[in-house]
Design a protein around this ligand. Structure first.
Ligand code: PYC
Length: 318
């Protein structure tokens, strides 16, 4: 019988349209000397809470949950493990911006520049004068350019494989247009790409390529590109995706199309925008992502023992 606390306190926010739910109190005590160990402990012992907190009827498939943990590095203010409707994320750019605004809202920050530990490395974040947050992400890199895969219903699709805190396949597809009216078709096409990648085992032991990105011309005059990002749980990222923008910049840099320090302004399918740029440290690429988040709620979730739906459920078909 899964163990549930009486209640869990959460702060909700959205970052450029994409929701984040930060668990701020009520989660059972965590074990783990490293963030990876904490992530595994959460998955092993408390996966039912992940689902109950982010999925229906208390949440919905697009929410990314963020569990705050004690920091593991001396200079960090907290650790965070991100999860969604089907599992766990390495890093999450929009989520980290939401976490920082949540810590600020709760009065838990002594400084506007903070370091936060994640299962894939320590990142830092700066709250800017205008309230936007700049995240210095984990290093990103381009793994392969112009990989061809055979996709059901589409045929041969070429794309690039890159790491930005999660693994991405950046497909070179010219249609359909990246507008919400084409959502069903975009989800179908990227879902088929995802299934083709699963079959291909392209990066094998390094992980799973579970995020698919498409790119098109921007609609905003202040953006360089518009994207559509399929997330692992079958939902699409309402924001331009921080880890996806990091992966994109690594690919552009590998192609000689983005210099260090040069801005990349990524618009999402919903019209939100991240501004990114790359720096270099020890010959590795460090992505920086700036975006805005707003607190949308501060809530207590209850899990009554006679509630048939206390475990939550996902409508995802992935
Ligand atoms: O912003 O990195 C991101 C992200 C990953 C999944 C959803 N958002």
């Amino acid at each position: 019988m899964p163990n549930f606390p009486d209640s869990i306190e959460v702060v909700d926010s959205h970052t450029e349209g994409e929701p984040t739910r930060v668990i701020v109190d009520g989660w059972p005590e965590l074990i783990g000397a490293t963030m990876q160990e904490s992530r595994v402990a959460i998955e092993t012992d408390f996966d039912h809470l992940r689902q109950a907190i982010v999925c229906e009827p208390r949440g919905h498939d697009a929410i990314v949950g963020a569990l705050l943990t004690p920091p593991v590095e001396a200079d960090s203010v907290a650790g965070v493990v991100f999860f969604n409707n089907v599992g766990y994320l390495g890093m999450c750019g929009h989520g980290l911006i939401g976490v920082v605004r949540t810590l600020e809202y709760l009065g838990r920050l002594d400084s506007r520049l903070v370091r936060i530990d994640t299962p894939v490395g320590t990142v830092s974040a700066q709250i800017e004068e205008d309230g936007s947050v700049t995240v210095q992400n984990v290093v990103s890199f381009c793994r392969s350019l112009d990989v061809e895969i055979e996709v059901d219903g589409v045929g041969a699709v070429t794309g690039d494989i890159a790491w930005g805190g999660n693994w991405f396949f950046l497909a070179h597809l010219t249609g359909p247009a990246l507008v919400l009216e084409n959502l069903a078709e975009l989800l179908q096409t990227t879902g088929n790409i995802r299934r083709a990648l699963d079959r291909s085992q392209l990066i094998g032991e390094e992980g799973v390529i579970d995020h698919i990105e498409l790119f098109g011309p921007p609609e905003r005059a202040d953006a360089d590109s518009r994207n559509f990002v399929l997330c692992p749980g079958g939902e699409y990222d309402r924001s331009p995706c921080g880890t996806g923008t990091s992966a994109k910049m690594a690919v552009l840099h590998a192609r000689g199309e983005l210099e260090l320090g040069q801005q990349w302004r990524q618009e999402s399918i919903t019209g939100g925008r991240f501004v990114g740029w790359l720096t270099e440290s020890d010959h590795e690429l460090v992505p920086h992502i700036r975006g805005r988040a707003w607190i949308t709620g501060h809530n207590k979730l209850f899990f009554a023992h006679d509630d048939l739906f206390r475990n939550g459920f996902s409508g995802s078909s992935t």
